[in-house]
Design a protein around this ligand. Structure first.
Ligand SMILES: Nc1ncnc2c1ncn2[C@@H]1O[C@H](COP(=O)(O)OP(=O)(O)OP(=O)(O)O)[C@@H](O)[C@H]1O
Length: 513
């Protein structure tokens, strides 16, 4: 591995160089690209702390995407809506938009772009053959808001276009470099202005396109946003009507089933199909484009399925397949699993993680809270990984001393240990050293190899170990099991490390040496 790494050192520098460019762009614009390649996405964008590595964990360099289009960063990486000053700056950066507004004012017409644009459009708001609403007054206003400007067309608010030193650097090159050459492959381009506005049935590509559009829409006047929905549904059980997917009209909210830092998750029922889905409601300013781009084409038994994205007013609904059951976090507080059971649960989880890695997606936030235990026919549960808010695209250039899959390997190990610790969560509970060594070996083998398919993972899984450990209790109970025999150690109370993996023993980073 070392050899391969040193061979790649020149490439590392290239990557670092690109990182600078991406960081500059992202910091300025908050346009996150297609998720094709980037160093590290994190929930910093939504004010969460997942960029903080777990103790002792080596993490890839972190960049904090900031609010797009003039929105700011609160210092903690969280997004906030554009302030007055931001908006002013944004206005300066959008000459064509200013021009339009100025023209409107000069003509003494209504302040509202809708009024100006809507007049004479007789077909406005009428459903078309495909059930979509024809561009109406509001749609026209949206288009007006998206009046093209060179930099927006090349990659929204592209840093180079508004940064004179950077632009002159490009021009100074011999031959001069076009701005586009600095966009990452598949970088965010402005959505097609003729794209329909409303909610439609579509495929994964259309869903991603809608997500990009929604990401841009955060800059729009809330009054305009309130008038029209936008989004794509890609499940036959989610049925939009006349470009709408509205609570009570097209679906019913049944109950709240989860809560994130900035979101609430509800169980909904589609009014026509009567099918159930989970809907994560995120304020538009907290909408994280990468979450959708990286999640939308994932189809695996152990990965949640994104089925639709809809913006309603200033809220974005991420609609996914509903997974009945508790999170593993909730589960382990009520059940004590044997080591074998825990291992059986980690097996399909590892398959899901291998599937992700084979698709170059690193989840980056694997923990019991983000794994839902779907009841199966046998008494076990099928673990399903959700929440792609921290996910990142793996870059195919190695970084010095950092394996990009480490956070996920670490996450699976941590999950396994947390399951084994069970309800008691003794600060330093751990499995017996002999088992520890064997587990380390196969989890290392299974998860560090991005080429390994999920099927191969299953093939190589040490089923014998599961059987062997089936009868071995995972935690000491209140009656006081023999601590030595199950390898549980408890640190003194003054030094508690709840929910922390015992790093020294697992030495996960050491796997990659
Ligand atoms: N598809 C689903 N089916 C059932 N429950 C779900 C589903 N998706 C999410 N949940 C529940 O909602 C909780 C929060 O969801 P999720 O982890 O996606 O939000 P979050 O990322 O924590 O939110 P935020 O990004 O605002 O922090 C989960 O822990 C789970 O209990």
């Amino acid at each position: 591995m070392d050899g391969a790494l040193s061979d790649l050192l020149p490439a590392c520098r290239l990557w670092d160089h690109n990182l600078e460019v991406f960081s500059a762009k992202d910091n300025e614009s908050g346009s996150h690209g297609s998720g094709k390649e980037f160093s590290s996405a994190n929930k910093g964008s939504r004010g969460q702390d997942c960029q903080t590595p777990r103790s002792g964990q080596t993490s890839p360099p972190t960049q904090v995407p900031k609010s797009s289009g003039g929105g700011g960063d609160d210092g903690d990486g969280s997004r906030r809506p554009p302030s007055g000053a931001d908006k002013k700056k944004l206005d300066c950066d959008r000459p064509s938009e200013n021009k339009t507004k100025k023209k409107t004012a000069e003509e003494g017409e209504s302040d509202s772009a809708e009024a100006e644009l809507g007049s004479g459009d007789e077909a406005a708001g009428q459903p078309t053959e495909n059930g979509m609403q024809a561009p109406n007054m509001v749609g026209a206003a949206l288009e007006e808001e998206f009046e093209p400007s060179p930099e927006l067309d090349q990659g929204r608010n592209f840093q180079g276009a508004r940064n004179p030193p950077f632009q002159s650097f490009l021009e100074d090159q011999n031959p001069p470099l076009p701005l586009e050459s600095w966009l990452p492959e598949g970088g965010v381009v402005r959505p097609d202005r003729s794209a329909a506005v409303g909610v439609m049935q579509g495929d994964c590509g259309q869903l991603n396109e809608a997500a990009r559009r929604i990401d841009h829409e955060r800059d729009l006047d809330p009054a305009i946003l309130a008038e029209v929905q936008d989004g794509v549904l890609m499940d036959e059980g989610l049925i939009a009507e006349n470009g709408h997917y509205i609570e009570n009209d097209q679906f019913l909210k049944l109950e709240q089933i989860g809560k994130g830092a900035f979101s609430k998750v509800f169980l909904i029922e589609d009014n026509q199909s009567k099918k159930h889905y989970a809907v994560k409601c995120v304020p538009l300013e907290r909408f994280f484009l990468y979450e959708v781009l990286l999640w939308s084409d994932l189809e695996h038994n152990n990965i949640g399925h994104l089925r639709g994205v809809v913006r309603t007013g200033s809220e974005v609904l991420l609609i996914s397949k509903y997974i009945p059951g508790q999170t593993l976090e909730q589960m382990v507080t009520h059940r004590v699993l044997s080591q074998g059971e825990a291992l059986k649960m980690v097996r399909p989880l590892s398959c899901g993680v291998c599937y992700l890695h084979a698709k170059d997606v690193v989840h980056n936030d694997i923990k019991l809270d983000n794994i839902i235990g779907e009841p199966c026919r046998n008494s076990l549960v099928n673990p399903v990984l959700v929440d792609f808010g921290c996910a990142m695209r793996r870059v195919h250039v190695d970084m010095e001393g950092v394996n990009q899959l480490t956070p996920d390997v670490d996450g699976v190990m941590h999950a396994l240990i947390s399951i084994l610790q069970g309800p008691k969560r003794t600060p330093r509970a751990r499995i017996p050293p002999s088992t520890d060594e064997r587990l380390k070996q196969f989890i290392k083998g299974v998860l560090e190899d991005p080429e390994r398919s999920a099927a191969k993972t299953l093939e190589n899984w040490p089923h014998h170990l599961e059987e062997e450990l089936d009868s071995v209790p995972a935690v000491m109970d209140d009656e006081g099991l023999d601590e030595a025999s199950i390898g549980v150690q408890t640190l003194p109370d003054e030094n508690p490390r709840p929910c922390e993996p015992p790093r020294a023993e697992w030495d996960i980073c050491g796997f990659f040496d």
